[in-house]
Design a protein around this ligand. Structure first.
Ligand code: ADP
Ligand code: NA
Length: 324
């Protein structure tokens, strides 16, 4: 069985975009792959975090994975900082990377632009990400477009190490996520919906109450031509709502266009809101059952143990190859 690694940062409340674009797909992937789902808290601290908020975000993220349907018997769910091999191999991968190539990463440029104090960890984040992936002999990494550059670097670092020392690392393939799964901001539909967006009206959070969801969708930016038609260039707002409706109801975009011919935006938005509420309801119910449970602690303990077992073996091989 092929191995998949995926990390999500606990850097804010998860959005409908995170769910439809990542988690919902993970639930399917766990059936056919050996999956590691990692809460990458060490990546989150490359920028300042409030201690209590970070703790809450880590816990919530873990509960949302389980509530979304990740089965700890089928996949390994764990917290990065509970498996020390990540930072240990991360250091080794730093020794294989050059400052110049790290400075060329677009995400580093974006996140450091205009900032007075930038942590050196923001620069060395990609070698840590490489370690995350390489520790598990990962063959596939599902990522959004924004992460492909880091993945290319992971492959380069792994090849560089293998050539220089010994053939230790599996070179991972990039699995770019399926089309249509990219959810956009409700207020600026040419921008992706993101948990770090400061405009709360633009974002549906997985834990939003039905009333909030309805309100946000009803005030989503659309256009004035009154036609429910998929056209990302001319009608980004309506196209985004159609994508959301399609993802939540398993209808195709064509079926949706057909169904809403001659129907106003009011009714359409109501249906989108209902579909999102229905999609998230069972997840929210399960979330509140487990968020404060011993069960969740146990899942995370076992996940860290399972992950450590594999990670420590790879780390030991890498150290030995280097003479440590
Ligand atoms: P965010 O931008 O919300 O902080 P991350 O960069 O942490 O999200 O991404 C976590 C996962 O969620 C990734 O697999 C990413 O591809 C996916 N994802 C994030 N935002 C969206 C979106 N708007 N639509 C679809 N998938 C998304
Ligand atoms: Na992000």
């Amino acid at each position: 069985m092929e191995t998949i690694f995926s990390g999500i940062q606990p850097s804010g409340s998860l959005t409908l975009g995170n769910y439809l674009g990542a988690m919902k797909q993970f639930v399917e992937l766990q059936e056919d792959y050996n999956c590691y789902f990692c809460i990458v808290d060490e990546h989150a601290i490359t920028v300042p975090q409030d201690r209590l908020k970070l703790r809450k975000n880590i816990r919530e993220l873990a509960a949302l994975y389980i509530a979304s349907g990740i089965d700890p018997n089928k996949a390994t769910l764990f917290i990065q900082s509970e498996v020390p091999a990540h930072t240990q191999l991360g250091w080794i991968m730093q020794t294989q990377s050059y400052i110049g190539e790290l400075e060329r990463m677009t995400q580093f440029k974006d996140k450091s632009k205009g900032k007075e104090a930038v942590s050196s960890a923001l620069l060395t984040y990609p070698p840590l990400m490489a370690a995350d992936i390489l520790l598990y002999n990962t063959s596939l990494v599902p990522v959004g477009n924004d992460q492909t550059q880091h993945l290319e670097l992971t492959r380069d670092l792994a090849e560089r190490f293998n050539n220089k020392y010994n053939d230790i690392f599996t070179i991972p393939q990039i699995k770019v996520s399926e089309v249509g799964a990219r959810i956009m901001s409700l207020q600026e539909p040419t921008k992706k919906m993101s948990k770090s967006d400061v405009n709360q009206k633009a974002t549906i959070y997985m834990l939003d109450e039905p009333k909030q969801i309805e309100k946000k969708i009803k005030s989503a930016v659309t256009d004035s031509d009154g036609v429910v038609r998929f056209d990302k260039e001319q009608k980004p707002g309506i196209s985004n709502l159609m994508t959301i409706l399609a993802s939540c109801t398993n209808q195709t975009l064509e079926q949706i266009e057909e169904k809403y011919r001659g129907v106003g935006y009011g009714q359409f938005k109501q249906d989108v809101a209902d579909a999102v509420v229905n999609e998230l309801r069972p997840i929210q119910e399960r979330f509140y059952q487990i968020i404060d449970s011993q069960e969740l602690d146990d899942i995370l303990d076992q996940g860290a143990e399972k992950a450590s077992f594999v990670a420590n073996k790879t780390l030991a091989k890498a150290k030995k190859a280097m003479g440590l």
